[in-house]
Design a protein around this ligand. Structure first.
Ligand SMILES: NC(=O)c1ccc[n+]([C@@H]2O[C@H](COP(=O)([O-])OP(=O)(O)OC[C@H]3O[C@@H](n4cnc5c(N)ncnc54)[C@H](OP(=O)(O)O)[C@@H]3O)[C@@H](O)[C@H]2O)c1
Length: 263
């Protein structure tokens, strides 16, 4: 087990990626503390991990609320002694963000993903780092999309938001790596099992004229194996990146686009 007794906090753990990452970290031996805006979904995810023999607890934490994040982290440290891994998998609904041409988008709609994604990542990373620095150890992680690096129509401020998170990964690493803290991101291609990709497709379906199947085929055709990544594959890389096996990696976002994007 590559994460035996590590203590991990996952934000947005009621979601598709947060939930599967929590499961993967737990299956490698980590004690996982799942948090989300709604307790019900994180509670289900935590119970499933415990039923499978893992160590998991759920809590309601708004990852944009500084006091709530700080209090939860303190509760984790009071209970588990430290925090080793902070993973931000927060995602917001795409309605009003995707599907609107930039020339028709108002500034609040444009700014919403930027302020939400980047601010939440900043907040959870900063608060975790304050606890990790005295231990000279820790891993701060997040997940972005290929929109950080490619020009894509009808995605509003979503691409700039993802690019901001990748820049923050580099900048956090530049400041925190000297303190023994690694900062790494994952950049998977769209994952068809998730509602995020389905809603993202639906919001642009009329403009693209593609069926859901054609949309997936179009994305898959850009990858070398001609298929899209699974949630499980994404989570397996997350577990590796969170472990000491990846001690040589920091300040980077791992390209999980299976060849559809060059570094
Ligand atoms: N799905 C993909 O294909 C894909 C690919 C690459 C990257 N990503 C990125 O990965 C991240 C997660 O994607 P996903 O598909 O797992 O999304 P998801 O299933 O919608 O999950 C996102 C989770 O974040 C929670 N959340 C939203 N705002 C929050 C807040 N302020 N505090 C705490 N939790 C909050 C949501 O809770 P509520 O339901 O209560 O709002 C939800 O449980 C996103 O940043 C997305 O851009 C996704």
């Amino acid at each position: 087990m590559i994460l035996k007794d590590k203590v991990a906090v996952i934000y947005g753990a009621g979601g598709a990626i947060g939930g599967v990452v929590a499961r993967a970290l737990a299956s490698e031996g980590a004690k996982v503390f799942l948090t989300g805006r709604n307790l019900a979904s994180v509670d289900v995810a935590a119970k499933n991990i415990v039923a499978a023999g893992g160590s998991a607890e759920a809590a309601q934490v708004d990852a944009l609320d500084e006091q709530a994040v700080a209090e939860h982290l303190q509760a984790v440290i009071d209970k588990a002694g430290r925090v080793d891994i902070s993973f931000n998998a927060v995602g917001i609904p795409s309605a009003g963000i995707l599907g609107v041409p930039l020339v028709e988008l108002d500034v609040d709609q444009f700014a919403l993903p930027i302020t939400t994604f980047a601010a939440s990542y900043f907040l959870t990373a900063r608060l975790a780092a304050r606890h990790m620095i005295p231990n000279a150890s820790g891993v701060i992680m997040t997940v972005t999309t290929a929109h950080s690096r490619t020009g894509t129509p009808l995605i509003g401020g979503y691409g700039p938001a993802q690019a901001a998170k990748e820049a923050l990964t580099r900048d956090l690493s530049a400041e925190l790596a000297p303190h023994g803290i690694r900062v790494v991101g994952l950049r998977p291609q769209g994952i068809p099992e998730t509602d995020t990709l389905k809603y993202g497709y639906e919001l642009r379906a009329e403009a693209t004229g593609m069926t859901w199947e054609q949309f997936q085929e179009m994305l898959a055709s850009r990858t070398h194996p001609r298929r899209l990544m699974t949630l499980e594959e994404t989570a397996d890389v997350a577990a590796f990146m969170a472990s000491d096996k990846a001690s040589g990696m920091t300040g980077t976002t791992v390209n999980l686009t299976m060849g559809s994007m060059d570094d």
